[in-house]
Write a protein that binds this ligand. Sequence first.
Ligand SMILES: Cc1cc2nc3c(=O)[nH]c(=O)nc-3n(C[C@H](O)[C@H](O)[C@H](O)COP(=O)(O)OP(=O)(O)OC[C@H]3O[C@@H](n4cnc5c(N)ncnc54)[C@H](O)[C@@H]3O)c2cc1C
Ligand code: FES
Length: 293
Amino acid sequence: MSGSDRPVLDGSSDGTSQCASARVQAPIGRRLLTVAGMDELGAYRVLRLSDPSGPRPQPGQFSMLTAAERWGGGEDDRPHVPRAFSVARWQDGEAHYLLEDVGPGTHRLCELRGGDEVWVLGPLGRGFTAPAEDQRAILVGGGVGIAPLAILQDTFGDHADTQGTVALLGFRDGAHTRGASLLRGAQVATDDGSVGHHGLVTDLLVRELDETPRAIVYACGPAPMLEATRAICGARDVPAQLALESGMACGFGACFGCVVPLRDGSYLRVCLDGPVIDAARLERVDAHAGAPA
Ligand SMILES: Cc1cc2nc3c(=O)[nH]c(=O)nc-3n(C[C@H](O)[C@H](O)[C@H](O)COP(=O)(O)OP(=O)(O)OC[C@H]3O[C@@H](n4cnc5c(N)ncnc54)[C@H](O)[C@@H]3O)c2cc1C
Ligand code: FES
């Protein structure tokens, strides 16, 4: 990946708070983009959209996607609202999205082929903030939640491994572990023990934290995984940034469908104030705030 293709991380941060000013702004209105390709990745698909003149997203930002044709609205069907997807990679004028076929929206998107068209609103939301120089980044992903960690790892550059950055990824089974190839040098855990560590990805996190004096954790995945990550990091006073995947209808702050409660009794809209949230602001991660398990 060339330097100009490399996404940027939000501002300088000590990892305990997010820079309120920084976000890459979406162009006004949705844009009609062409599918450059659809790649198979075990149980997942990677949708590549040609976007040579679009804004370069910040790792952790997402887009609302709608297939230009057959997006619900058939005879016995209601039109679908757009669906939210993390940008998984930004490379050579293409935006990549990791898809898992879990329902009507993702099913239709997985059917797309080169030359088809997609309406895109984005990049939206606030992404990850950079680690401090003396912090070791630990990336923790579960299932389709690995997507924003791939573009995040890209920002760390080719020397990430020598700097000690580590990627820990958890999957249901072997078919899903193909997704791990999106990241370099990932350690894998599976629920069924077919690949890598037999158990939870948070087992690997505990092991890494035991060996890392100054860590910062970046996580995205199912709500139970994020909640376990929040609790583990909170107990050890390790800063953590969690990318939440609360169900969304609009993606830009209008519907309040994505609100989550904060520790201080207030609420935030995940689409506008997140999806990346400082874990210390959350009392817990509720079931609706994670990626599909
Ligand atoms: C910021 C953000 C980033 C996301 N990034 C990705 C991504 O990179 N790749 C990806 O495949 N998906 C991602 N998602 C989730 C994706 O938006 C949903 O999977 C999608 O809306 C499902 O649409 P559908 O019509 O296929 O299924 P639906 O009919 O909408 O749902 C199918 C099933 O999945 C469950 N489900 C749907 N969405 C969620 C959710 N957000 N959390 C928990 N359960 C859910 C539903 O309860 C239902 O059981 C992201 C969501 C958000 C908010
Ligand atoms: S999705 Fe509408 S306010 Fe967040």
